[in-house]
Design a protein around this ligand. Structure first.
Ligand code: GLN
Length: 496
């Protein structure tokens, strides 16, 4: 058997079930790796609690009362609230905050048997594409520690890639599962909006936020997603009333005759040549499996950037108003009156990217600008969803890049934040339309990397509403033919 940390969720789950591995042994192995982590991917962990949970898991296995993921370790992005660990959303505003309950997704994974290893670093309130907006520390990409891991679920992606955990949760508002998965060479899926409950997810932009799994391959994502989804109508008003599904059941379908759409707008100027090449190669693998490729158009692709960067800040400005030092969050120590207390608390608690977005959001919602910005953005958002509707009359699913390039250098885009907004271009459309989309490792590139270390490339698959299983099946069929998802950084982040 390979080393414990190289096993997939599926492999770990069967080894635990047939007792060739013990839950405490597995948890201890990952905890030891976390202790040596130099990537900055974990914000909190607690070996005592984890080992206790592993022990209970083992007892359930011994009693033949095991859940589908019994004993499999997982770590959660720090925007999910948890009872056992602090929940900070990567912000000073929530430093040391303890929730009295677990987010639904966390609870569901625990009920399926997952053992929590702790909480993962992320951009503050999930705002960012590089994890550099975390108030605690930046995260390093395990393939090249001078590079960003992507964001906002950068800690999740780096930790899975460096095999500090076999799986992680992430959240995706405009690409935060797919883009870091792509930059770190792992697989991640954002389900249809409403599939996974948002209850207990610290809100960024509520009409876009969605939880999803990040793991080694499509099989693992299917296993985890099956446990995460399902209606939560009493606690999340946008939860879809569709029963939980076993996504692993559809993983062995032939893809012969499947029509895959290639949007012109995803393959134009600005796409790195090696990303393009990797996608060409992925296309030929899928063609050999019998898929057909059809050129399609998503004409409003470019507009998804201004639309997203109006709608998401607008919702954020409202969601983050609760952090005022009274209801939630940090309270300034010295102030002379109530107004000064609010001002100082928010000025001290929030980082600069969050402040920028709150201001943008308040501006586009303000009287006199609402019609010009927010309302227009809502109208174009509808048109973007319509474009997908037209596309899905011509094809079964859509393929394209996750991002225009591989991971960029730490600090490289700090002086020009707009360039990092622009790099979200291929993930934003599916988010605005609420469609399921995933990232699948499909190549490596050294292009533009002065250290000459190869960096992972991700292929994006976008499906029609609630067709997660179609995406996962195509990804799984592709992964049966390729090895990209099996690669891991040689010695992640200098870890021995
Ligand atoms: N990069 C995008 C942003 O900065 C998306 C983040 C996300 O999906 N949470 O908002």
């Amino acid at each position: 058997m390979s080393e414990i940390h190289n096993l997939s969720v599926a492999e770990l789950s069967s080894a635990l079930r047939n007792k060739s591995l013990g839950a405490v042994e597995v948890a201890t192995h990952f905890l030891n790796r976390i202790e040596k982590d130099e990537l900055g991917s974990f914000l909190s962990h607690n070996p005592e609690l984890t080992l206790k949970a592993a022990q209970s898991s083992q007892e359930r296995i011994n009693r033949d009362n095991a859940g589908p993921l019994e004993g499999v370790p997982i770590a959660h992005k720090d925007v999910f609230v948890t009872k056992d660990f602090p929940s900070t959303a990567g912000s000073k505003m929530l430093e040391g905050y303890r929730s009295s309950f677990d987010a639904t997704v966390v609870q569901k994974l625990a009920q399926a048997g997952c053992v929590s290893l702790g909480k993962l670093n992320c951009d503050e309130f999930a705002m960012g594409s590089s994890n550099e907006n975390s108030a605690y520390c930046a995260v390093h990409n395990p393939w090249d520690i001078t590079k960003i891991p992507g964001g906002s679920s950068g800690g999740s992606a780096a930790a899975v890639s460096a095999r500090l955990t076999p799986a992680a949760t992430g959240t995706d508002t405009g690409g935060s599962i797919r883009q870091p998965a792509s930059f770190c060479g792992i697989t991640g899926i954002k389900p249809t909006y409403g599939r996974a409950s948002r209850y207990g997810m610290i809100a960024y932009a509520s009409s876009l936020d969605q939880a999803g799994p990040m793991a080694k391959d499509a099989m693992d994502c299917a296993l985890l997603l099956s446990a995460m989804c399902g209606p939560d109508l009493d606690r999340d008003s946008t939860s879809l009333d569709i029963p939980a599904e076993d996504f692993t059941k559809q993983l062995n379908q032939s893809i012969k005759g499947l029509r895959i759409g290639l949007p012109n707008e995803f393959f134009g100027e600005g796409l790195d040549s090696q990303v393009k090449l990797a996608l060409e190669q992925a296309k030929s693998v899928l063609k050999d499996l019998g898929a057909e490729f059809i050129p399609i158009s998503l004409p409003k692709t470019e507009l998804s950037i201004p639309v997203y960067y109006i709608i998401a800040p607008a919702e954020a400005s409202s969601n983050l108003s609760r952090f005022d030092g009274v209801r939630y969050g940090h309270r300034a120590k010295e102030y002379s009156d109530l107004m000064e207390m609010y001002k100082k608390s928010r000025a001290q608690g929030f980082g600069s990217e969050v402040k920028k977005r709150i201001m943008t959001g308040a501006y586009v919602l303000s009287h006199g600008y609402y019609d010009a910005y927010y309302l227009q953005a809502q109208k174009i958002r509808r048109m973007i969803a319509e474009d997908f509707k037209v596309a899905f009359n011509q094809c079964d699913l859509i393929m394209g890049p996750v991002a225009p390039s591989t991971a960029w250098g730490l600090g490289e885009k700090t002086a020009d934040p707009l360039s990092s907004y622009l790099a979200d271009i291929f993930t934003l459309p599916a988010s605005l339309a609420g469609l399921p989309a995933m990232s699948v490792p499909c190549g490596m590139s050294t292009l533009g990397n002065s250290s000459l270390l190869p960096l992972p490339i991700g292929m994006q698959l976008i499906g029609n509403y609630v067709e997660e299983s179609k995406l996962l099946n195509v990804a799984h069929q592709y992964q049966l033919q390729t090895h990209w998802h099996t690669m891991s950084p040689i010695e992640p982040g200098g870890l021995k």
